[in-house]
Ligand binder design. Structure first.
Ligand SMILES: [Zn+2]
Length: 90
């Protein structure tokens, strides 16, 4: 059977078993190696408050949040883009 991708769209090798993660947009379960991980900075204070606190010299921590997207959500929300057609295979 012809293969669309040499890796089957997955990264790494765990001999067939990949732990599942949930897409944070649509809730679909996808293998960890196939999902796209995106880290986002989450601000705990709103923008105006942030500017004011920054002026006074306060150190504000912005914890990062890790999100997983399935391929279709990652493409749809412009997290990743399609590669050139000749680069795609492999
Ligand atoms: Zn999704």
């Amino acid at each position: 059977m012809p293969k669309k991708r040499r890796s089957g769209g997955k990264t790494g090798s765990r001999k067939g078993h990949y732990s599942q993660v949930q897409c944070s947009k649509c809730g679909r379960m996808v293998p960890r190696s196939k999902a796209k991980a995106v880290t986002q900075r989450v601000s705990l204070v709103d923008g105006r408050m942030y500017a004011e606190l920054k002026k006074t010299g306060t150190i504000i921590q912005t914890p990062s949040k890790k999100k997983y997207y399935c391929i279709s959500c990652a493409v749809h929300s412009h997290q990743i883009s399609q590669r050139n057609k000749d680069l795609r295979k492999g």
